[in-house]
Design a protein around this ligand. Sequence first.
Ligand code: PMV
Length: 331
Amino acid sequence: MRTAVVPSNIALIKYWGKREGGRQWAANDSLSMTLTEAATKTSARLLDGPHDELWIDGQRVVGDAQSKALLHLVLLRQELGFATPLVIDSHNSFPSDCGVASSASGLGALTLAAIAAWTGARSLPDLQARGFDLSRLAHLARLGSGSACRSFFGGYVLWHSGGSEAFQRVDTVIARDEMPLADTIVLLSRDKKGVPSTVAHKSAWSSPLFRPRLAGLPDRLKTMTEALHAQDFTRLGEAIETEALEMHAVMMTSTPAATYLLPRTSDFIVWLREARRQGDFEAYFTLDAGPNPHVFSRVKDQALVADRIRTRFGAEDLILDCTGTGPTLCL
Ligand code: PMV
């Protein structure tokens, strides 16, 4: 049995839209922060039987052609030539499909656990010795879910979209200790999202805002990396909010449109900005493809921020997360 724990990651610059002519070839460079608490723990062992057996959060997934996880196992076999079926048991530390980036940690952990089981590797260095370093694992995980590739590295991670699919690169660009931050994830809704991000990615190019967005992203990436190096939280936070709203503007102006925000999300944004303006605390939001805000703050301010959110929005579920160090693998 091999057990992988792969954290989720939250994008500061979003991967939104893909380029033609490659598998999961991102339209733009994206930048993320690897998390700690929001993670997927997946165990895999070889099975003496005809088919894979997949369990997610205690539920057996049977013959579901739509299951990203089962399709990913098929794809890994095609890529790597392993044949033996596996028993996979996977648990998320957080609700899935509601904008907490469960596909990143889920597909990441599946990739790592399955390859460890097939190769018999006992640790990450052992996997590297067998030809599977973190870059290769990230590349394989990306084929299942683009954002999963960033979860293989700690701190702040750049997924560079490169000149072709094969030249995409993923690596830590700023170490965790340069600027550890808190991410308080606010679960305003646990409902599954209506439009899967795989579907919505495809319509990005139809938005009149998409090409102007792509033209402006290199400057935003520069702003964010400079702000991280300079530990300039205010500059970073302002860019993070603009980026999140821009991605949602693209989603809402695409054909077909995808609207992930709820009225409660707008209420939350208005409240957070007002609290900040009044000097109560300094925190900034981002959003993934879902209605649930991620609130960045300095680590020392997280308890206060969480307390204010609870007071204003009732007994909401919060995940108190922070910058993380990447995946682990054990027996
Ligand atoms: O990896 P996917 O196909 O689930 O797309 C993820 C897209 C966002 O979460 C909205 C942004 C990102 O970069 O993580």
